[in-house]
Design a protein around this ligand. Structure first.
Ligand SMILES: [Zn+2]
Length: 141
């Protein structure tokens, strides 16, 4: 669908935001949270540091909150035509269950999106120039 170089490729495939080659997480096996939620320290392909500063991923919790809210609203909208308000336990169970079950995906997706807010793809030629390539206007001075 998306090709390397497109921001969505990095987000959906959980790849390094810089080179779109190295994996961000140790494993794609979502049924094994201890491996699926574990991040590499840096990119195996380009060496890009996945921990640019302490607490960097604190902001990913806001992305996670937005995704979780969207899931809860989607579940509610799907259930609403079929169940009355008197059966609120169905809503609580379905929304709570969907949030718990989607946690590994939301966790990974929110971190991937958060990284892509701040770092963009660089071609191998741009990467060869070093980090100055992030600020071409400054480099010209
Ligand atoms: Zn990389």
């Amino acid at each position: 669908m998306y090709k390397p170089g497109h921001r969505m490729y990095s987000i959906v495939k959980m790849r390094c935001p810089r080179c779109h080659e190295g994996n961000i997480f140790h494993s794609n096996a979502l049924f094994n949270p201890s491996a699926a939620l574990k991040m590499h320290g840096s990119c195996s392909a380009c060496g890009f540091n996945y921990q640019p500063e302490p607490g960097f991923y604190f902001g990913a919790s806001y992305v996670s909150y937005a995704i979780t809210t969207a899931i809860a609203i989607a579940v509610f909208v799907v259930l609403f035509p079929f169940f009355s308000w008197e059966e609120e336990w169905i809503y609580f169970t379905a929304i709570g269950g969907s949030i718990v079950l989607s946690f590994p995906v939301v966790f990974r997706l929110s971190r991937s999106i958060w990284m892509n807010f701040f770092f963009r793809y660089k071609s191998p030629e741009e990467r060869a120039l070093g980090e100055d390539a992030d600020f071409p206007a400054l480099r010209k001075r």
